[in-house]
Design a binder for this molecule. Structure first.
Ligand code: TSX
Ligand code: MN
Length: 583
């Protein structure tokens, strides 16, 4: 008996009799336990130590080459009613799903140790936090979950007090892609994942719990679980405003979360609260507050260098697990655009051969504790979270979307979020440069019907009269030669400044059919190599292009049929009418 909570004890016993592990280990989250697991994995080759002088306490994990990313086509939302999952999800009826996946779990842990991982998503003492227990046969999952969540004894104590927790069952299985499933049962607060050892499929606290299950829970409880970074921006006078920003993949969320102010902005400071997930609650004054349910970063490695993200680059110099990167002769980790050293072994452990593709897998990852980030905000551990001034949506669009604009009001902002789209990059498999709809950057992560999700977002308009303002940004506009018009990276602070100015009433805007844009000269370009003409291009609305965009948005929204909220249709119709008048 390792817990006083019968529902947990019974579940553990039921899983053990199903999966037949050799041993059962209850994780306490201690340093000693971690060292023991890391040592054992180094013995079996699951981890290899990297150079102890240059990368102290860093390890390399190479996954199965067929198991390097999330698998959306094998990810299911299993609700009683098909419609509740929506066309944005794959659906299977719960009974069929349990039967199918339970058959795969039968005896799946034979010869292995079953680990029980109690974890807390969010600060251990926060009323906004939620509990979970992951059962897994992967020690790699245990050591990753230890960095990504508050894992161990303290979490178990709170689970025993509250009695409610998300059940996550994971087994690596035999990695056969035909026997791989990631199944969510939001009505049962249950996740079952088999056949993959990869992060998003196996670290169940992250996408499975903190987004898919939590978004479903949040709807019934009146809050929001979102795919957002949380960042504090401090002015030289010490005032800090907090922003929550949702971008599709390959837009540089982690880079924005850890932005370093440029030389021109002495006295400004960026505080990182989170780089991937935000849980947003209204407090009893109507202020929206955010916590980051995670405690670490599971970030894309390639492209990380001293120019793109110096904080991340420095952060992963020690106490980091690298998954699917290359290595140098020196046994340092290596990746594309590291701008240091050269690869000798690729991400599959083969001698590096440029003709067989990139040395590091494009989706290779670092796992690291958030506390190693130099811009880490102590408020990431605050039970009350931080007050959010602005919600910022974004996308990668070479044309159309201006550098920044502000929604006219909350419900218009929901339309802006629902219309988010981004161009695909070479970082993911499939076509490159194609515009994909990714509402609120939640396409792969919303645990229920998007139409109901938009209704839930809209409902906040009636719950508070001091909601954050909503914005949209685009760092990726190009000229007709393919040159980026905006320098991006640290210089994005200039755009954040305008957003903050709008929130405190000090910045000016002009009204356009799509929303408020910065008035000429309102974005400080001092010392930037950006001409007035370029700024004008970045901050203009091409009505004809927007009409075509809105046709596509309309087609997309209406594909949700009957459940599409009336208020969203009204916002859409109003915007289309404004574009018509403007042309
Ligand atoms: O992360 C990015 N951000 C946000 C930074 C806080 N990236 C990288 C995207 C891949 C994950 C960007 N790339 C950004 C950006 O703002 N902007 C661009 C496009 C760009 C690339 C290079 C330059 C300018 C813009 N300039 C030179 O190479 C000199
Ligand atoms: Mn993400």
């Amino acid at each position: 008996m390792k817990t006083s909570l019968p529902s947990l004890q019974n579940w553990v016993e039921a899983v053990a009799s199903q999966t037949h592990p050799d041993k059962i280990h209850w994780c306490d989250g201690s340093d000693a336990e971690n060292e023991q697991l890391v040592g054992a994995m180094c013995g079996t080759g699951v981890l290899s130590p990297l150079n102890e002088e240059t990368y102290p306490n860093c390890y390399l994990h190479l996954s199965d080459p067929s198991d390097v990313a999330r698998v959306e086509h094998l990810t299911f939302i299993c609700t009683q009613n098909n419609e509740d999952a929506g066309q944005n999800n794959n659906w299977m009826d719960p009974e069929t799903a349990h039967k199918k996946i339970d058959a795969l779990f039968q005896g799946s842990m034979r010869g292995r140790t079953m680990y029980i991982i109690p974890y807390c998503m969010g600060p251990i003492d926060s009323p906004y936090s939620r509990l979970g227990v992951e059962i897994t046969d992967s020690p790699y999952v245990v050591v990753n979950m230890r960095m990504m969540t508050r894992m161990g004894m303290e979490a178990l104590r709170r689970i025993e007090t509250e009695g409610t927790f998300v059940k996550g069952l994971h087994s690596t299985g035999d990695l056969d892609p035909n026997k791989r499933f990631i199944m969510h049962f939001p009505e049962e607060l249950t996740i079952k994942s088999i056949g993959s050892g990869y992060g998003g499929n196996a670290l169940l606290g992250k996408k499975c719990h903190a987004l898919r299950i939590a978004s479903y829970q949040a709807r019934t409880e009146g809050w929001l679980a979102e795919h957002m970074l949380i960042v504090g921006v401090e002015e030289p006078n010490g005032n800090v405003q907090y922003l929550a920003c949702a971008f599709p993949s390959a837009c540089g969320k982690t880079n924005l979360a850890m932005l370093i102010p440029p030389e021109s902005h002495k006295g400004w400071k960026i505080w990182t609260l989170g780089d991937d997930i935000a849980w947003l609650h209204l407090d009893d004054t109507g202020q929206l507050r955010a916590i980051n349910p995670e405690a670490g970063y599971f970030g894309v490695v390639p492209g990380t260098n001293e120019k793109t993200n110096k904080n991340a680059f420095d952060m992963i110099q020690s106490d980091t697990i690298f998954t699917n990167v290359a290595t140098t002769t020196n046994n340092d980790p290596w990746w594309e655009d590291k701008n240091l050293g050269a690869p000798v072994k690729d991400w599959q452990g083969r001698d590096y051969d440029p003709s067989s593709g990139p040395a590091a897998h494009p989706n290779s990852r670092f796992t690291v504790s958030a506390k190693q980030n130099k811009s880490y905000s102590e408020l990431a551990d605050s039970a009350d979270g931080v007050p959010i001034s602005a919600i910022v949506f974004g996308g990668r669009r070479k044309e159309l979307a201006p550098l920044v604009y502000e929604a006219k009001h909350w419900k218009h902002g929901v339309l802006v979020g629902a219309s988010v789209a981004s161009e695909t990059t070479a970082a993911a498999i499939g076509d490159v440069g194609v515009v994909r709809r990714d509402p609120m950057a939640m396409k792969p992560f919303c645990g229920y019907n998007f139409a109901d999700y938009w209704q839930h977002w809209l409902s906040f308009a009636d719950k508070s009269d001091r909601l954050p303002k909503i914005f949209h940004v685009n760092w990726f506009r190009q000229d007709n030669k393919g040159k980026f018009l905006w320098p991006g990276f640290g210089e994005n602070l200039r755009v954040l400044r305008w957003i903050m100015g709008r929130c405190n009433g000090s910045a000016n805007a002009v009204e356009t059919p799509i929303g408020y844009l910065p008035k000429k000269g309102e974005i400080d370009t001092d010392g930037l190599d950006v001409t007035d003409q370029t700024m004008q291009e970045l901050l203009s609305v091409n009505v004809e292009q927007w009409k075509i965009e809105m046709d596509s948005v309309g087609e997309y929204l209406h594909s949700y049929g009957e459940r599409l909220p009336e208020d969203l249709k009204n916002e859409y119709d109003e915007l289309v009418a404004k574009l018509k008048i403007a042309s």
